[in-house]
Design a protein around this ligand. Structure first.
Ligand SMILES: Nc1nc2c(ncn2[C@@H]2O[C@H](COP(=O)(O)OP(=O)(O)OP(=O)(O)O)[C@@H](O)[C@H]2O)c(=O)[nH]1
Ligand SMILES: [K+]
Ligand SMILES: [Mg+2]
Length: 451
């Protein structure tokens, strides 16, 4: 029989209210040994909480009773809404630990029990984890939809279709001589091809869901003293990075989180790029430049900042970085005069050029609205998302699609059935219906104690 677990479910530290959750077969012992009375199921009640041994009072709190299986974990659950001070919470935790069969919960253990008791499938567990971690509106919406089982329903729908195709095929294998519905093989093939098309359509979503979880990454690059750190500070509207007139001020990558139109953006400032051999032998600066380049390569968008006085001879190591990536060219220090863009050197075609001043704020609003639009274009409309939010989903769907493609090309029914069974198993990996043990640890590791 499983043990009864308890944990603080709200963030530790000073707060108005702290919630302690208890789950397991002995949960009701909390009412019997520590409380003035047992509340009615699912109705909050003011109770006196005391130590189970010396009966000393710990707190007056709200108690909630969720008898299993109608609870978050599916087990008997007690919730104590205490006053949020450290001493109160510690007192309650220490008292609970004295009860026989009670122990502190491990990270993610409440949710794991919910999964084991079929309260949530894996995608819903992930949705819950994302919801807790969500920092922006779009992330919250995506997480809610996954937690509500949107992806789960999609996958289960596909699994059902697959199982139905398998059933047809098995009939063909088992009764080869019987007169079955005419053209059954054609029908099986047709259905497999239709399913492949649906799965692939979801795979071709530009990774929007994953990007929404991780954030859209924008890296500021450019030669030293172009005003990269000044731009970071202007966009973040706070003094994050050191600005100075010394070339080579920034060495480490400096990251700030921005919320653009409800989408999460990770904006980073990097070390100024310059031709190393010519200008510097400073090992620290060289390392900064190495980091800047490798960081820039993985960014979704580059903001290349140049000093406008150099517009006739733009730094070549920065231009080289822009060749293979989405980028926006910013001519900075445009404090007074505005240049005629036609007189600017020809850059990569359709590369956008903006004149700004990180100092006066000139052009920053225009830049921000351009960035907002880029982020919206890349993350797309949440309402039309594919539902794929993790690499884990993607690789399982890709495996499913591959197995289905093999099945569609095979004429031997037995081999076709084998690939269809494989495809079913790959789909099942997403919701956790088969072969899940190895996945569990990865998924539950994201949870912290008390969730
Ligand atoms: N006039 C003017 N000066 C600016 C502007 N933006 C930055 N500066 C100045 O340019 C100098 C360099 O600015 P930084 O932001 O440190 O430049 P950086 O590109 O981060 O430099 P490194 O980190 O050394 O590569 C500082 O003296 C800034 O005050 C601007 O729009 N106009
Ligand atoms: K500088
Ligand atoms: Mg800098």
């Amino acid at each position: 029989m499983s043990e009864t677990i308890f944990a603080l479910s709200t963030a530790p530290g000073l707060a108005g209210v702290a919630v302690i959750r208890v789950s397991g077969p002995e949960a009701k012992m909390v009412w019997e040994k520590m409380c003035s009375h047992q509340p009615k199921p699912r109705i909050a009640s003011l109770i006196k909480l005391s130590d189970p041994y010396d009966q000393s009072e710990i707190d007056r709190c709200l108690g909630l009773w969720f008898p299993g299986p109608a609870s978050f974990t599916g087990e008997d659950v007690v919730e104590l809404h205490l006053h949020g001070g450290r001493a109160v919470v510690n007192g309650a935790i220490e008292a609970l630990a004295k009860l026989p069969g009670f122990r502190p919960a491990e990270a993610g253990e409440f949710t794991r029990r919910a999964f084991n008791n079929d309260k949530l499938d894996l995608t819903e567990v992930e949705g819950l984890s994302d919801l807790i971690a969500a920092e922006t509106e779009a992330q919250r919406k995506q997480a809610i939809r996954q937690m509500d089982g949107e992806l789960s329903r999609l996958i289960e729908g596909w699994r059902e279709r697959l199982i139905r195709i398998l059933a047809y095929l098995e009939a063909e294998i088992d009764f080869p001589d019987e007169e079955l519905e005419e053209g059954i093989s054609e029908k099986v093939k047709h259905n497999i091809v239709a399913l492949i098309s649906d799965v692939n359509q979801h795979l071709e979503d530009g990774h929007k869901g994953e990007r929404l979880r991780d954030g859209f990454s924008i890296a500021i690059v450019g030669p030293p003293n172009a005003g990269k750190s000044s731009l970071l500070n202007a966009l973040a509207r706070r003094d994050v990075a050191i600005v100075s007139d010394v070339a080579g001020t920034t060495r480490d990558i400096i990251e700030v989180h921005l919320d653009l139109s409800g989408y999460p953006v990770l904006l980073s400032d990097t070390a100024g790029l310059r031709d190393l051999e010519l200008h510097t032998t400073d090992g620290v600066e060289l390392e900064g430049i190495r980091r800047a380049k490798s960081h820039a390569e993985s960014a979704d968008l580059l903001l290349a900042v140049f000093d406008i006085k150099d517009y006739e001879d733009l730094d070549s190591s920065t231009l080289k970085l822009l060749e293979n990536q989405d980028s926006l060219v910013l001519l900075n220090k445009c404090d007074g005069k505005i240049l005629d863009t036609n007189s600017l050197p020809v850059l990569k075609s359709q590369m956008e050029i903006l004149q700004i001043s990180a100092k006066t704020g000139y052009g920053i609003d225009e830049l921000l609205s351009l960035l907002n639009q880029t982020v919206i274009d890349n993350m797309g409309n949440i309402g039309s998302s594919s539902g794929i939010t993790r690499q884990r989903h993607r690789s399982a769907l890709q495996d499913t699609s591959n197995a289905l493609s093999r099945a569609s090309l095979i004429d031997l029914p037995e081999l076709c059935a084998e690939d269809l069974r494989l495809a079913t198993r790959h789909l099942g990996r997403i919701t956790g219906k088969v072969d899940v043990e190895d996945l569990l640890d990865v998924i539950f590791r994201d949870f912290c104690i008390g969730k």
